[in-house]
Design a protein around this ligand. Sequence first.
Ligand code: DX5
Ligand code: ZN
Length: 214
Amino acid sequence: MAVKISPSILSADYLKLTDDIKALETAGVDWLHMDVMDGIFVPNLSFGVPLISSVKKHTRLPLDVHLMIDRPHRYIKQFAQVSDILGFHYEAGSDIASTLKEIRAYGCKSSLTIKPCTPPEKIFEFLPLCDMVLVMSVEPGFGGQTFMPQALEKLSALRSECQKRDLSVELEVDGGINGETAPLAVSAGATVLVAGSYIFSEQMKDRVKFLKQL
Ligand code: DX5
Ligand code: ZN
């Protein structure tokens, strides 16, 4: 199955977002990745439901929402209204199983995210409740950082565990994805690539094309 591409709009110019979204659609991306930051769980702020809701009006692409917020269970209902895939961090202080179930109950695909410091084994028990697992390959909070190769082992471990349990779970990787790191991540088992600074460039079309054939 072809790898899916989910560009992070954190790297876009928000005042010309509709142009950027059109360019991404033309380039053939699969989803749009929306990074929600609260300044507490991560040392940065980004945007919330209103921006995602506006994006939703301008595209048919599925919205892949990555919550980097403290105690995300407080906001699942609101974000579920504007998300297609909704994910939160294992480390963020919510009841994992009930939050994953709640996401599915609202009709979204559920995603559980782990930071670079979290071993993949910690989330094995939750895999039956996940439609996707997001492996962070940088510390969450900022675009434009360097890929941490430890993510590759984590992707492989998750891929093996899903195969062992006969579960069909997407494996997404986020942070520092570019022409060199993307092939490594796909070989390790990634099925969805998030990319911000690599895709938002003059070579958007060629870069999306390159990622899609991996
Ligand atoms: C970081 C975000 C990423 C980020 C990726 O916290 O989750 O989605 O925007 O940006 P690049 O691809 O530039 O590392
Ligand atoms: Zn992200």
